[in-house]
Design a protein around this ligand. Structure first.
Ligand SMILES: *[C@@H]1O[C@H](CO)[C@@H](O)[C@H](O)[C@H]1NC(C)=O
Ligand SMILES: *[C@@H]1O[C@H](CO)[C@@H](O)[C@H](O)[C@H]1NC(C)=O
Ligand SMILES: *[C@@H]1O[C@H](CO)[C@@H](O)[C@H](O)[C@H]1NC(C)=O
Ligand SMILES: *[C@@H]1O[C@H](CO)[C@@H](O)[C@H](O)[C@H]1NC(C)=O
Length: 303
């Protein structure tokens, strides 16, 4: 055995013992690391896909709506390259469409930009004060939105449905009739096409008979803490699985500590409840801006 061969065989031996040591190490690790620690490292399914719901009560000063457009421009959201994330965006020029036939020039500049994306559905905000608001005034708001494209001579200056805020929780026939009438008005308005989408916001799980007067209903609008309480109390379990595609959940005041895998888990839970979801860390004026984790939230919605 010359010295070269000797060196080679020593090398092989040390390689073998290295391999052996490695196998032993892996076995020890497999035993001492509980499976629960290993599991989150694997990419788990996020469950059913939901749309990103955005109460965009942000004044469109130049650039103010950019976070929305920019995230849409991100690779995962681009319609052509990926199964898209769809966005439902509520615009609110003045606690409704505002007193004039058209909103101001910042709105008439920004709304057509958003409307030009085919994964964005725009809705016009209309408050109904738990059906106490004079229905004539509500009708006028709906008609004002419906006339935007004609009055502004721009087919893209348009919303594709109405978001009725403050709808009731308890059933009564009069309120049901009021909401049915509004739904029929939206469905029949040519200026609110092609979707003529009707959204209602009781903000809580309301009498399920009301689900029939809207395409989608916000069954949760409150803080992160309240969301956890209602989940523990199994409030969402009172809804049938078939209802999910007609539901929306809005969770605000998420603590700053809820990031990464905790945010992922929250978004997953919300997606399980509802077809449309909004999650924000903002705790004051929560719809007047985009929280610091807006981009992470949209990424999780795309996952
Ligand atoms: C648009 O927004 C800017 C910034 O807030 C404001 O200075 C300007 O007056 C607005 N334009 C109109 C037409 O309201
Ligand atoms: C997004 O909307 C389009 C058009 O309505 C629809 O075909 C598609 O399935 C939606 N995708 C998701 C992920 O909701
Ligand atoms: C909502 O309706 C109630 C009951 O009619 C009324 O007292 C209240 O002033 C209304 N609120 C608004 C903002 O109009
Ligand atoms: C837009 O609305 C204003 C105010 O109601 C009206 O004076 C104007 O004629 C309308 N323009 C069009 C093109 O409908």
């Amino acid at each position: 055995m010359n010295s070269q061969k000797l060196a080679n065989s020593r090398f092989l031996q040390s390689k073998r013992s290295c391999l052996l040591a490695f196998i032993v190490l892996v076995l020890i690790l497999a035993i001492i690391i509980p499976p629960a620690v290993v599991v989150p490292l694997r990419k788990k399914s996020m469950g059913p896909k939901s749309k990103v719901f955005v109460p965009l009560y942000v004044y469109p000063a130049p650039g103010a709506w950019a976070p929305l457009e920019n995230v849409r421009g991100a690779e995962h959201c681009r319609v052509a390259t990926h199964p898209s994330v769809n966005f439902t965006v509520v615009v609110n020029p003045g606690n409704g469409p505002g007193p004039d036939a058209l909103p101001d020039a910042n709105y008439t500049r920004e709304i057509p930009r958003l409307a030009s994306y085919n994964n964005v559905r725009l809705l016009g905000y209309v408050p109904v004060n738990y059906t106490n608001r004079d229905i004539g005034l509500v009708r006028r708001d709906i008609e004002t939105y419906a006339k935007w494209p004609v009055n502004g001579s721009s087919p893209d200056l348009a919303v594709q449905g109405i978001f009725f805020d403050e709808t009731p929780q308890e059933y009564d026939d009069r309120a049901f009739g009021y909401l049915q009438e509004l739904r029929d008005l939206v469905k029949g308005s040519s200026g609110l096409g092609p979707d003529n989408y009707v959204f209602q916001n009781p903000g809580v799980v309301s009498d399920t008979r009301y689900l029939s007067t809207a395409d989608s209903t916000v069954v949760f609008e409150a803080t992160y803490d309240t969301f956890q309480e209602r989940r523990k109390a199994k409030v969402f379990k009172t809804l049938s699985e078939d209802d999910r595609e007609q539901l929306c959940a809005v969770i605000h005041s998420v603590p700053d500590s809820i990031q990464g895998s905790k945010l992922r888990s929250l978004v997953k839970k919300a997606r399980k409840v509802a077809e449309e979801v909004y999650v924000t860390h903002l705790r004051v004026d929560y719809y007047a801006g985009f929280g610091h984790s807006w981009g992470d939230f949209v990424d999780l919605m795309a996952a």
